[in-house]
Write a protein that binds this ligand. Structure first.
Ligand code: NAD
Length: 306
């Protein structure tokens, strides 16, 4: 392990994802000092043998890596810069600290965070994840990494204790870029698969017949063959447990908003991405926020009732 990878990791954000990720780092023998403003999150961390402190600054002082797993880009940038007169983490950290952000945030925000870190004399890596809470607990996440080559080599052994696939996507922001592109495909394809099943119902096709054809034909995709939005054909899909997530509608809506921001900042004519974002915002606002995103099929079916 490099010096940075074997030193103390300040872990900020012990929520649904960060909590179990921090546990896996400690289990692998890393020295972790954690902080979250929610006392219950700190308590759970301590029960798992993680050292906790009362502020982010305290966690960062003495750390060689600062890992953030926060709700949004604003949280990350505020933490880096400091708010309300409080010192930012970039100012508090020792020179050449490696800032490793695993949150899902805008590509532009990730690049801004990296510039700020580098200007302050630090190193920066964006490494958003897929795999959800189940993957965070099992240590089987996929990390999409934007980093300079030498920084990638530093973080790889750390990420391997929390994930199974670690993909170097390019330089600063490339991890977030890969994540936003992948999730735009996912959102659009889930809507397409759901519309096809509802159309099939109207045309008198059984779910199984459509599945048997499309899963072996050109309609094949993850939304169909792994996260099938109707119960039956794929017994493990959330549709078989009344759309308990899985991947919650609120998170898909969030990721599609990031996709729309990226489409707009790059000028891409991404009509399907825009539409998928609108559809999932409505789904999340109308009761789908806590349901699996494949529950979108019930909205489509309801709106198709004559
Ligand atoms: P969460 O809301 O459960 O956890 C975020 C945690 O950050 C909270 O405990 C909050 O108190 C803490 N926090 C906020 N500001 C902080 C600060 N300044 N310092 C320290 N802690 C702070 O969110 P989550 O579900 O764990 O998701 C975290 C990130 O991972 C998000 O960006 C999300 O989009 C992404 N993500 C989530 C999933 C999922 O299935 N939940 C999957 C992939 C990616």
């Amino acid at each position: 392990m490099s010096d940075a990878a074997s030193g103390t990791i300040a872990f900020l954000g012990l929520g649904h994802m960060g909590g179990p990720m921090a546990v896996n780092l400690v289990k692998a023998g890393h020295q972790v000092v954690a902080y979250d403003p929610v006392p219950a999150a700190l308590e759970t961390a301590r029960e798992h043998g993680i050292a906790t402190v009362d502020s982010a600054s305290e966690a960062v002082a003495g750390a060689s890596v600062v890992l953030t797993m926060l709700p949004s880009g604003k949280h990350v940038l505020d933490a880096y810069r400091g708010v309300d007169g409080a010192p930012g983490l970039l100012a508090v950290a020792a020179p050449n600290t490696l800032f490793l952000d695993c949150s899902t945030i805008n590509v532009d925000e990730a690049r801004e965070a990296a510039s700020l870190a580098v200007e302050a004399g630090h190193r920066s890596v964006d490494a958003p994840v897929s795999g959800g809470v189940v993957g965070a607990e099992a240590g089987t996440l996929t990390f999409m990494v934007g980093a300079l080559p030498e920084d990638f080599e530093t973080v790889k052994p750390i990420l391997e204790h929390m994930g199974r696939r670690i993909v170097h996507c390019g330089e600063h922001g490339a991890g977030q870029a890969a994540k936003v592109c992948n999730n735009m495909i996912l959102g659009v394809s889930m809507i397409a698969v759901s519309e096809a099943f509802v159309l099939g119902e109207k045309l008198g096709l059984t779910h199984q017949a459509l599945f048997d054809v499309a899963s072996n034909a050109s309609g094949q995709c993850w939304a169909l063959t792994t996260n099938c939005p109707v119960p039956g054909p794929v017994p493990t899909s959330p549709a078989n447990r009344d759309y308990q997530p899985g991947f919650a509608g609120a998170l898909m809506a969030k990721d599609l908003r990031l996709a729309v921001n990226a489409l707009e900042s790059t000028g891409v004519d991404g009509q399907m991405g825009h539409l998928a974002s609108k559809i999932y915002d409505a789904f999340a606002a109308e009761g789908g926020a806590g349901r699996d995103f494949s529950g979108i099929i019930t909205d489509i079916r309801d709106k198709s009732a004559k």
